[in-house]
Design a protein around this ligand. Structure first.
Ligand code: FPP
Length: 260
């Protein structure tokens, strides 16, 4: 992992290679989270039904997962389906679930080859048994992998996660006086994982859309006008470079940039 690995993968003398060579691999964000948005608009711009945008978005997922692992990002979280997304037409929901299944089947080999550990965050028990089985299979197959952790947020809501964590804390018999931020975080779906350092949103919308509400407290946010189906590793490199230009202060003053 690192520059040599990335350069062996991107086209020589390309814009991607030029951007990659500017990245400081000692200061990568540990955890990158992405709100993949704009699939519907991408399809509409081409006069196609919305589901074509989701289908095209799979190529972006593939590119970004592989690029992140090769760069040396430790955790990547993609927002694939929110608790609110059930309000979409049933055909669109069904397509999204089918695409997810197909992606996992087709990409399992790549996940294994790249030593990537797959994980799901969200209310898994509300998904259909076939999806749960597919997710469980990919999770089991990759659980011994030690490189990047790849989280898919599925049937995920930030508020729902906080409510679920509060319930778990109560079930565990934790009394109010014993609860602090660190202990509470141990009941979130992302327990044990570092918080995102960088949150990327595509399609230009300036919203966090109920995504990782607790965990993004100090994340740097980078928004691009690029629609998700057009997002490729080049955009990821741009986001990383923008991140490395930020000064992270965590509410303090003039803290030196120690990203990652
Ligand atoms: C938002 O675009 C995108 C989604 C709700 C789904 C994202 C899902 C995928 C890219 C495919 C499956 C994912 C994986 C990880 C295999 P939108 O439909 O809200 O776009 P719009 O705002 O332009 O309407």
């Amino acid at each position: 992992m690192g520059l040599d690995d990335v350069l062996s993968w991107v086209e020589q003398d390309s814009a991607e290679a030029e951007l990659a060579s500017q990245i400081d691999f000692e200061r990568l964000p540990t955890h990158v989270a992405i709100i993949m948005d704009g699939n519907g608009r991408w399809a509409a711009q081409r006069g196609l039904p919305r589901v074509h945008g989701h289908r095209a978005g799979i190529d972006s997922v593939r590119d970004v997962v592989e690029a992140s692992a090769r760069l040396g990002v430790q955790v990547l979280t993609l927002y694939a389906f929110s608790v609110e997304n059930w309000k979409r037409p049933p055909g669109e929901v069904a397509t999204l679930m089918t695409l997810l299944k197909r992606y996992l089947r087709q990409e399992l080999r790549t996940l294994l080859d790249n030593n990537i550990r797959f994980n799901v965050v969200g209310r898994g028990d509300e998904l259909t048994p076939d999806i749960r089985d597919e997710l469980a299979f990919a999770t089991r197959q990759t659980e011994a992998n030690t490189s990047m952790q790849f989280n898919i947020a599925l049937n995920y809501g930030g508020r729902a996660e906080i409510v679920d964590a509060a319930r778990c804390a109560m079930d565990a018999g934790i009394c109010a006086n014993d609860l602090d931020e660190e202990r509470f975080a141990g009941f979130l779906y992302t327990a044990g994982q570092p918080d995102p350092d960088l949150l990327i949103r595509t399609s230009g919308e300036m919203r966090v859309s109920n995504f990782l509400l607790w965990q993004i407290a100090y994340a740097e946010i980078w928004v691009t006008e690029t629609l998700w189906p057009d997002f490729r590793c080049r955009h990821l490199f741009e986001a990383l470079l923008a991140y490395q230009r930020r000064e992270r202060r965590y509410g303090g003053i003039n803290r030196p940039v120690v990203a990652g």
